[in-house]
Design a binder for this molecule. Sequence first.
Ligand SMILES: O=c1ccn([C@@H]2O[C@H](COP(=O)(O)O)[C@@H](O)[C@H]2O)c(=O)[nH]1
Length: 238
Amino acid sequence: MTLQPIDPRDRLIVALDLPDVDAAEAMIARLGDSVTFYKIGYQLGYAGGLPLVRKLADAGKKVFADLKMHDIGNTVARGVESVAKLGATFLTVHAYPQTMQAAANASKGSGLKILAVTVLTSYDNEDLKAAGYQLGVSDLVAARAQQAQALGIDGLVCSPEEAANLRKYIKPEMCLVTPGVRPAGSDVGDQKRIMTPARAIAEGSDYLVVGRPVMEAADPKAAAEAIVAEITQALANK
Ligand SMILES: O=c1ccn([C@@H]2O[C@H](COP(=O)(O)O)[C@@H](O)[C@H]2O)c(=O)[nH]1
């Protein structure tokens, strides 16, 4: 299978983690052509931001609906069908077998790609233990990645720290979407498994999700352009 090359600009997914639609639209205008791929998650989605998925898609942008679905299979399937009608490119579900199976079946033929969230990038081994898991981060990510692949999921959300290992055994067409990306010197915040944009690309990430380092920058457009430049350079060095 020949994989389509991904435009370096499309590899940066900017998380529109903002309180309302007005703030999001002002940010989108400010970012202009520097950003081609946006993510809408809980904060904006629950503040009336889901119609923005269609608006952005109609304006030629790609949209990642980061809704992290997890429910009984029938509810997940109907939810996936609704999101597919919005024109999103990616939708997240948690990496539980029933949930992934329902989402993979419901998205077939729609053009919507399902990403399974393996282990949140704000978790380390201690957090997993506190949540009742016996496996550590790298083993749980690997186990969930294998299940996701077997169930026909299109891609994985993980930290760039896991990308190189996952690349050894997942199909090349399965994409790796990695939050937990921090340009050198920027605040880590609540993220625990992080890498710089250049390192994330070198390790095998396909798409980098970045929120606060762009949203909270004095000049968000310059911040986004600097990350795209770092991605472009890292790809050239590969
Ligand atoms: O494991 C995960 C899954 C999703 N996210 C989301 O990505 C962005 C990251 O934002 P930053 O401000 O760059 O930390 C955010 O919307 C998360 O909900 C994640 O971080 N980790």
